[in-house]
Design a protein around this ligand. Structure first.
Ligand SMILES: *Cc1c(COP(=O)(O)O)cnc(C)c1O
Length: 389
C-alpha cells in the first residue's frame, strides 16, 4: 500500500500551498545572511531587536555558567530552578498581577490554559482570526465553541447570550488577541470588556504582538486602554518582541495555582532551559528601563516612515496599528510570486497563505523592527512599487 505522502505533497504544490524551510546563518537582525547572500529581513517578530541584544546574551551565558543547559525534569518534579521563579515574579510585576506562570512556548500556553479552564458544559467564544494555538486549545478542551466574525461585537454578544442560556452553570470564556498576528489590527477591547462583564464571562487576551510594542513600558493594549484589571487571563509570549522563547499567563494567584495543577502542557513537559528564563527576565527588565522606551520610539518612527512611503494602492484604507503590516493580494499564487520576487531583490517578506489566513486573503506580511534603518524601509517600499503592484 502506498503511504500517499507524494500525492499529498504534489497537491499542496499544485495549489501554491507547499511550504519550505529556509536556513539562515546569522543572528536575527534586520540584515540576515543566507548561503553567503545578505538579505534585509522584514519577516521577524523580533520587533525591538532583542533576540541578539548584548544584555540578553550576557544573562543567558551567566545562567548557563550557574545552572548548566538543561532543567532536568518537569516543573512540578525538580525542574523549577531559581531563574524560572524569578521570571514569573518579574512577569507578575510587569503585568501588575498577583502571579504569573511561564510555559515552554506561546503555543503550549494557549493549549494548556484553555484545556485547563474549560471542558464539556463550558463555552469558549473566539474571534474568527484568533491564532491557531487558541483555536487548538479551544477545540481540545471539549467546551462548546462559538466563533464571531473578526471584531464583530454584535455577534460576540449574541454568542454570549446563547452561552448563558445553554450553559447557565458553565464557565464562559471570551478569547481574543490584542493585536492580530496576520492583520496587525487591534481588538476593540473597551467594548469587549463591557460586553463580557454583562454576561459574567471571563476574558482571555493574547498580547503576543502587543507586548513590547504598545503601552507604557510596552505593557500591551490593555495597558494603553487602562483596562488591565478587566482582563482575567493575560497571555503573552516571550518569543516575539521579548526576543527569547516561551509563553506566559499572568493573573490572580488562584488562576495560576489552578494552571499549575491542571495545564497539561505545563505539567507534562520538561521545564524550559534556565538560560531562556534568565534571558526573558533580562528582556522584561530592559523593557521597563529607559532603553526600552527609546527602542520602542524607534520602532514607531520606523512604522510611521513605512506608512508614509508605502504605495497607497497596497495599504488601502488601513492604518498601521502595530508592527505588523499586511499587504493583502488575494490568491496564494500571487502572494507566493510576490514574495519570491522580493527575495530575489534581497528582501525577506513571507507569503502568508491558507490555512493561516482565508483562501482568498493570501498576503505579504511585513514586520518592522526598531533596528531597521530608514534606507532599508525606503528600499523595501521602492521594491514593492517595482515588483508587486
Ligand atoms: C506566535 C503566537 C503564539 C505562539 O507563541 P510561540 O511562542 O511562538 O509558541 C500565540 N499566539 C499568538 C497570537 C501568536 O502570534
Amino acid at each position: 500500500m502506498s503511504d500517499g505522502f507524494d500525492e499529498e505533497l504534489r497537491d499542496l504544490r499544485a495549489r501554491s500551498l507547499l511550504r519550505r524551510l529556509r536556513t539562515f546563518d546569522s543572528p536575527q537582525q534586520p540584515t540576515v545572511s543566507q548561503g553567503g547572500r545578505q538579505l534585509v529581513n522584514f519577516s521577524s517578530n523580533d520587533y525591538l531587536g532583542l533576540a541578539a541584544e548584548p544584555a540578553l546574551r550576557e544573562a543567558a551565558k551567566a545562567a548557563i555558567d550557574q545552572f548548566g543547559v538543561g532543567s532536568g525534569s518537569a516543573r512540578l518534579v525538580c525542574g523549577t530552578l531559581s531563574p524560572h521563579t524569578r521570571l514569573e515574579e518579574t512577569l507578575a510585576k510587569f503585568n501588575g498581577t498577583e502571579a504569573a506562570l511561564a510555559f515552554s512556548s506561546g503555543y503550549a500556553t494557549a493549549v494548556g490554559t484553555l484545556t485547563a479552564l474549560a471542558r464539556e458544559g463550558d463555552v469558549i467564544v473566539l474571534d474568527k482570526l484568533c491564532h491557531a494555538s487558541l483555536i487548538d486549545g479551544a477545540k481540545l478542551s471539549g467546551a462548546a465553541l462559538r466563533v464571531f466574525p473578526h471584531n464583530h461585537l454584535g455577534k460576540l454578544e449574541s454568542h454570549l447570550a446563547w452561552a448563558r442560556e445553554h450553559a447557565p452553570e458553565g464557565r464562559v470564556i471570551v478569547v481574543t488577541e490584542a493585536v492580530f498576528s496576520m492583520d496587525g489590527d487591534r481588538a476593540p477591547l473597551a467594548e469587549i470588556v463591557a460586553i463580557k462583564k454583562r454576561y459574567n464571562a471571563l476574558l482571555m487576551l493574547d498580547e503576543a504582538h502587543s507586548i513590547g510594542v504598545l503601552g507604557h513600558h510596552g505593557r500591551g493594549l490593555a495597558d494603553v486602554l487602562r483596562l488591565h484589571g478587566d482582563v482575567d487571563i493575560h497571555m503573552g509570549t516571550l518569543s516575539k518582541a521579548l526576543g527569547v522563547s516561551g509563553g506566559y499567563i499572568a493573573g490572580s494567584r488562584k488562576l495560576i495555582e489552578l494552571l499549575v495543577n491542571r495545564a497539561r502542557s505545563f505539567i507534562y513537559s520538561t521545564a524550559p532551559p534556565p538560560a531562556a528564563a534568565a534571558a526573558a527576565t533580562a528582556a522584561i527588565e530592559w523593557l521597563m528601563g529607559d532603553a526600552g522606551e527609546q527602542r520602542r520610539e524607534l520602532l514607531w518612527r520606523n512604522l510611521a516612515r513605512l506608512g508614509d512611503k508605502l504605495p497607497r494602492s497596497l495599504l488601502g484604507e488601513r492604518r498601521i496599528q502595530s508592527a505588523i503590516v499586511p499587504i493583502i493580494l488575494g490568491e496564494s499564487e500571487r502572494a507566493l510570486d510576490a514574495a519570491e520576487r522580493l527575495f530575489e531583490a534581497g528582501f525577506v517578506v513571507p507569503a502568508i497563505r491558507y490555512p493561516t489566513v482565508a483562501k482568498d486573503a493570501a498576503r505579504l506580511r511585513i514586520t518592522v523592527s526598531a533596528k531597521h534603518t530608514a534606507e532599508q524601509i525606503d528600499a523595501l517600499c521602492a521594491a514593492l512599487e517595482r515588483l508587486v503592484i
